[in-house]
Design a binder for this molecule. Structure first.
Ligand code: CA2
Length: 148
């Protein structure tokens, strides 16, 4: 199978493994990205891992994914709860979109329970720690195979 998955991470996720391990665990973003590469490779898929603290950069990458990716796995960080612009960008992407949250957003503050991105996502994974990214790749592999 050939195919490319964009794995996008939003604001503050560059701090993974460096702060608040009780919420986000001990793995760094680099650890997560290596695990994603290996998981995708097991399905014969390629992965491009990108992180930004800037909403505009994330939107530009989602636009690039329209030409370059077959699926998007995205943890939009706090933009999940605020960004209609990221929702609009994802709505212009045709392939599968899986939304990932490391923490269980439903067990936290009320404002984390609403996600604009979920209005577009084909699947949402929350509260599975960084394993959520690998579960998202499993799901994408299944969806990409089903459409090929
Ligand atoms: O649970 C998730 O993955 C979140 O998307 C993480 C966001 C939060 O705003 C969402 O409500 C849920 C925050 C990312 C902050 O990441 C950090 C990682 C380590 C240390 C500090 C922040």
């Amino acid at each position: 199978m050939t195919g490319t998955i964009y794995v996008l991470n939003g604001p503050n996720l560059n701090l993974l493994g460096k702060r608040q391990p009780e919420i986000y665990g001990h793995e760094t973003l680099a650890d997560v990205e290596i695990a994603c590469l290996s998981q995708a490779e097991s399905y014969g898929l390629e992965v491009r891992c990108l992180q930004s603290n800037a909403e505009a950069q994330l939107i530009d990458w989602i636009h690039a994914a329209r030409e370059e990716a077959d699926a998007i796995v995205i943890n939009p960080g706090a933009f999940t709860h605020t960004s209609i612009a990221i929702l609009d960008a994802l709505n212009a992407f045709e392939g599968p979109v899986i939304e990932v949250h490391i923490s269980n957003v439903h067990k936290r503050e009320e404002f984390r329970r609403h996600s604009y991105v979920s209005l577009r996502a084909d699947g949402v994974i929350a509260g599975c720690g960084t394993q959520g990214y690998l579960l998202a790749i499993d799901r994408v592999a299944k969806l990409v195979t089903a459409t090929n």
